[in-house]
Design a protein around this ligand. Sequence first.
Ligand code: HEC
Length: 161
Amino acid sequence: MKRRAIVFAGSAVAGLIAIAAIAQQQSGESDVDGVTFFGEPVTSDEIALGQDLYAANCASCHGVDLEGQPDWKRRLDSDRMPAPPHDETGHTWHHADRQLFIITKLGVGGVVPGYESDMPAFEGMLTDAEIRAVLAFIKSTWPDRQRAFQAEVTANDEGGS
Ligand code: HEC
């Protein structure tokens, strides 16, 4: 009798795991926690892609945990700025989606012409879809307050919604 109860419990657990796996698969098609980019919902597959792209292309300067370079508010000897954090302690969330996209694609010079910076332009290295994915990943890590603030900035940004 006892043995049968254990077998039954085991198959119930297996059933739950199967349901969880299906739910996870389906979430690949739905939006994640309301993260949007240019007003479009972002999928969990895009966020996962963005996480890999972040590790390969951005973490060396902006930090594995998005923490930025040490002492990032102080200019380097080269007179350029270090890489700021992309988490809530930085100011990435102060900028609209359009600005973040342009900075990543064209470098800071894309928004401030002539500005000298160590931030590379990723045009030709990442596709527009990959840039969107990496920025969506960054956005998905922000707490609600920063995400709501940045959504507001994006909504008010002319042509950037
Ligand atoms: C070689 C180092 C380096 C790499 C790699 C790098 N960045 Fe940067 N990034 C910087 C620096 C330095 C700044 C600060 C620019 C300045 O103010 O002069 C910056 C600034 C930025 C900003 C503006 C942040 C703000 O608050 O103003 C964004 C957005 C950004 N980077 C995104 C990315 C993304 C996305 C990647 C990867 C695809 C990446 N960066 C890879 C060095 C780097």
